[in-house]
Design a protein around this ligand. Sequence first.
Ligand code: AMP
Length: 232
Amino acid sequence: MRKYVIMGPQGSGKGTQAKLMTSDLDIAHISVGDILRWNVSHYTKLGAQVRRLMARGELVGDDLVQSLVASRMSRHDWNHGFVVDGFPRNLAQAEFFLESYDLDGVINLDMPDEEVKRRVLARRLCSQCGLDYNLIASRPRRKDRCDACGGKLVTREDDTPEALDARLKEYRDKTQPVIDIFSRKEFVAAIDATAGIEEVQADIRRQLDLPPMGQDGSEDGPSDDDDPGSDD
Ligand code: AMP
């Protein structure tokens, strides 16, 4: 069983790296942000509760996310392990998590604020199929249109300069101390997230003693059907 948490500021590539890990290691990707965004875009009751906070870049209440994580984990579709992305984000959440689950490692994607801002403000999302683009690294072929389905590309509601500042402050004030706690108890792999996507993935696998991409059994990996949306 391989059990990891991936941490890092917005735009550091948590979702991208978690997905690359799950693509061939047969472990589940559990992203709290994706679950919340799915609820917002499907107008659920929970979505209505969190929409405003998320748009402002603020953290959603601990009780709510903790029960969301507990209920997602209770599906036990992670026989071979998991990568939890976006949780825990503060000390209370870390305590809650460590009471119930043990970890094999914590991946800490390190990225300076200036690079975070450059990347996040260039991020676009297809309003129809959810595919993500970056106007710096992965531009669409046609301006403002999705290569896959032709849908209109939009900016994530919380990718504004104001919300990003709030999210970065939350991250440095509340999430960074969690990494300090993990450093005392678990193995923390410190990763330079400014490198290219494949290089970052290779570094993660090297540090966690995982097989290189595509060398751990099935290439197909688990179905992503249950993964509501995708981003980081
Ligand atoms: P993310 O996609 O991980 O950047 O999360 C997007 C937004 O979802 C955050 O800015 C928060 O508003 C909310 N969120 C995600 N994970 C958590 C969490 N563990 N605790 C509180 N709020 C969260």
